[in-house]
Every structure is written in structure tokens, then in C-alpha cells.
Design a protein around this ligand. Structure first.
Ligand SMILES: Cc1cc2nc3c(=O)[nH]c(=O)nc-3n(C[C@H](O)[C@H](O)[C@H](O)COP(=O)(O)OP(=O)(O)OC[C@H]3O[C@@H](n4cnc5c(N)ncnc54)[C@H](O)[C@@H]3O)c2cc1C
Length: 339
């Protein structure tokens, strides 16, 4: 029988370590429990928060609704010639899955090593790092539609993946709960060293013909050196998206700031490094009350201990204002704001 708890602290369920309570809390370990939960109409008419690892959200205050923590486990894998299909419960830890695949030489997700969070959340913002995105290894996902109590399979096209975007964040936001994700990997590694730092680190280690395990190890060590470990210092990774701007705005900006860090994003668009913009406004490593930005990466907001969600949110607004004032570029939050 599914248990609904009341007034549960979400502190250990969000990597920012914000001490906010959920009015109601349910943990789902099997997809059938979702039908059981929503058979009671009171949960259809209340605010809901689906929780994976809580590594991409900021709880601004107590959540006056039902928090649903997804803990559906299981990994099944099947090989067909050089193709590998891995079907994974939404509650599996993302990096455990990466390790499972790397250990078996199933190639494709090694550049996504050490990203915190659950498998079920990975399609929500089409997680990405070091030149690879979730969509590159995604085959399909199975999701529960809350309003109808039925399950639907989403293909890659259905998900409308974009830069840190999917249909689950836009037109279908809040309507589906992902219960499993199927990945398409390969037994023939196509090593992706698009991001120079990986190649350089492999050279430093004297590795000329890297295996996917080498890539995974190098990515993990670069990440550890750059990003704060949420178990030591609360954070949710990059707080803002890298802004993408058009050619005209970019040329004007470059005229004024010749060093502006940018990457061509196709179709005459340019992606700017949000971390650089924030750093230029003097925010890097700055502490404001119990919160601040990370000393090695201004894009990461941190909880120095005891920060409230409101404090972190207010800092993020100040950063957005100062970047806009200096560069005329409006930053967007990548982290989901739960208020
Ligand atoms: C140190 C650090 C580094 C990071 N680096 C990266 C990075 O390199 N690249 C990157 O893309 N991200 C990065 N992130 C962000 C984060 O790891 C990812 O967004 C991750 O996918 C979030 O997973 P989660 O389970 O913690 O999601 P949560 O924070 O629990 O949830 C995120 C969103 O997804 C929804 N959701 C969660 N599970 C489900 C489900 N089963 N069905 C429907 N909706 C669901 C939630 O309601 C919420 O809106 C980083 C975070 C940290 C703390």
C-alpha cells in the first residue's frame, strides 16, 4: 500500500541542500503505484513536484503540494550485432548507468560521466556535457500521463529535444511522469574529443588510443576539478543557460567586448559563455550572505550553509540584472525554480 507522508523535509532530496518542506510526500518504486496514487482525485487537483535526484531545482520556499519521488529501479540490456539497447528505470542514478555501460564497453554516454541526478530526469532538459547530449543516445521513454492514468511511449522526435530543452519542459510540462528510458548505444566506440580539454588531459596521461573508460575517467576528473561536489557544498550545477544570440547583436557585442567567449551555434547564431559574462560583472567567487558563486566557475551558485531558497533566488536575479546592464544579454535560469 502506497504511503503518503505529511510535512516532509526535502533537504536531503535536493543537492542545493535547501531546507524546505513538502506538505505531502510519496515515494514511487513501481510504475503501478502511479495509477494507485492518482486513483485518488485529491492528488489530481493539487500542485505536484516530481523529484528525481533534486540536482536541477531550487526550492524557493516550502512546497504546499505533493512531492512525488521517483525511485523505480532496474536496468535491462540487449545486444543486436553492434547495437546495444539499454532499458532503465527512471529512479536509477545517472552516473551508475554510465558506469554500467562503460564497464561493458557499451559506447555513447561516456562524455556524460558524473552528471548528478536520475535517469528519469535526463530527457527533461536533454542533459549534455563535453560535446554530447542525451538525445545522441536516446531511443525512447515511457511516461505516465497524470490526467488519463495511461502510459505513452515517446520517440526522440516526440521529445523535441533542444539545448537544455524538451517537450517535457514546454508544451507538456507537468503532464507526464517518466518511468523508464531506453538508450541506443554501440559496441563500436566513436570517441568524441570535440572538447579540447579531454584531448589535452588524455595527452597529459600519455594516452594516444583512448578507450571509453579512459574518456569517462578523464571527463570525471575534469569535472571534479571544476565543479563543487554537492555532498560538500550545496549547488545545482550551472544555474543559467548559455545565452544564444543572433549575428547582429553578436557583432555589436564583439565590437565592444573583443574577448567575448563564444561558440558559433549554426544558422547565424552564437552561443555565449554565461560563466564568462557573469565573471566580467565581478561575481566570480563572491559571497552574499549564505550564498554566492563558486570560486572556479561563476555559473554555479552555491549554498555556503543554511542558505534559504529565497536568498539563492535573489542572488540569481541580481546576476541577471547586472549581466543585462553590462552586456544587454538576458540570462535564463537552467535550474527549475520551485515556488
Ligand atoms: C554539480 C552538478 C553538475 C551538473 N552538471 C550538469 C551537466 O554537465 N549537464 C547537464 O545537463 N546538467 C548538469 N547538472 C544538472 C542536473 O544534474 C541534471 O539536470 C539532471 O538531469 C537532474 O536530474 P535529477 O534527477 O536530479 O532531477 P531533479 O532535479 O529531481 O528534477 C529536474 C526536473 O525534472 C523533473 N523530473 C525529474 N524526474 C522526473 C521524471 N521521472 N518524470 C518527469 N519529470 C521529472 C522535475 O520535476 C524537475 O522539473 C548538474 C548538476 C550538479 C549539481
Amino acid at each position: 500500500m502506497l504511503q503518503i507522508q505529511e510535512n516532509v523535509s526535502l533537504k536531503k532530496f535536493n543537492t542545493f541542500g535547501i531546507d524546505a518542506n513538502a506538505r505531502y510526500f510519496a515515494e514511487i518504486s513501481h510504475e503501478d503505484e502511479l495509477a494507485e496514487l492518482f486513483a485518488d482525485p485529491q492528488w489530481l487537483n493539487i500542485n505536484r513536484l516530481v523529484l528525481g535526484g533534486g540536482s536541477n531545482m531550487l526550492l524557493v520556499k516550502d512546497f504546499e503540494g505533493l512531492a512525488i519521488r521517483i525511485n523505480i529501479r532496474g536496468i535491462e540490456h540487449r545486444i543486436s550485432h553492434d547495437d546495444v539497447f539499454v532499458d532503465v528505470g527512471a529512479g536509477e542514478v545517472w552516473n551508475d548507468l554510465v558506469n554500467f555501460c562503460v564497464d561493458r564497453n557499451y559506447a555513447g554516454m561516456e562524455n556524460l560521466s558524473l552528471i548528478p541526478g536520475s535517469v528519469g530526469a535526463s530527457p527533461i532538459q536533454n542533459i549534455g556535457a563535453y560535446g554530447v547530449e542525451l538525445k545522441d543516445v536516446f531511443a525512447s521513454c515511457r511516461a505516465f500521463e497524470i490526467a488519463t492514468g495511461t502510459f505513452r511511449t515517446f520517440s526522440k522526435e516526440d521529445c523535441k529535444f533542444g539545448y537544455r530543452e524538451s517537450v517535457f519542459k514546454t508544451e507538456l510540462a507537468g503532464q507526464y511522469i517518466i518511468v523508464s528510458v531506453k538508450f541506443h548505444l554501440s559496441l563500436r566506440p566513436a570517441i568524441n574529443l570535440k572538447y579540447g580539454a579531454i584531448e589535452q588531459e588524455l595527452i597529459n596521461r600519455g594516452i594516444t588510443r583512448p578507450s571509453i573508460e579512459d574518456v569517462s575517467k578523464v571527463v570525471s576528473s575534469i569535472r571534479v576539478s571544476k565543479l563543487p561536489d554537492p555532498s560538500t557544498i550545496g549547488n545545482a550545477g550551472s544555474f543559467f543557460k548559455n545565452p544564444v544570440i543572433g549575428e547582429v547583436q553578436f557583432r555589436l557585442l564583439q565590437g565592444q567586448f573583443p574577448d567575448v567567449v563564444n561558440y558559433p551555434a549554426g544558422e547565424g547564431q552564437y552561443k555565449l559563455a554565461a560563466g564568462w559574462l557573469i565573471e566580467q560583472c565581478g561575481w566570480k567567487g563572491k559571497t552574499v550572505g549564505n550564498t554566492g558563486t563558486w570560486k572556479n566557475q561563476a555559473l554555479v551558485l552555491v549554498n555556503h550553509g543554511g542558505a534559504t531558497g529565497e536568498e539563492v533566488y535573489s542572488l540569481s536575479s541580481q546576476i541577471i540584472d547586472s549581466v543585462y546592464t553590462k552586456f544587454g544579454v538576458m540570462l535564463q535560469r537552467e535550474v527549475n525554480i520551485i515556488s
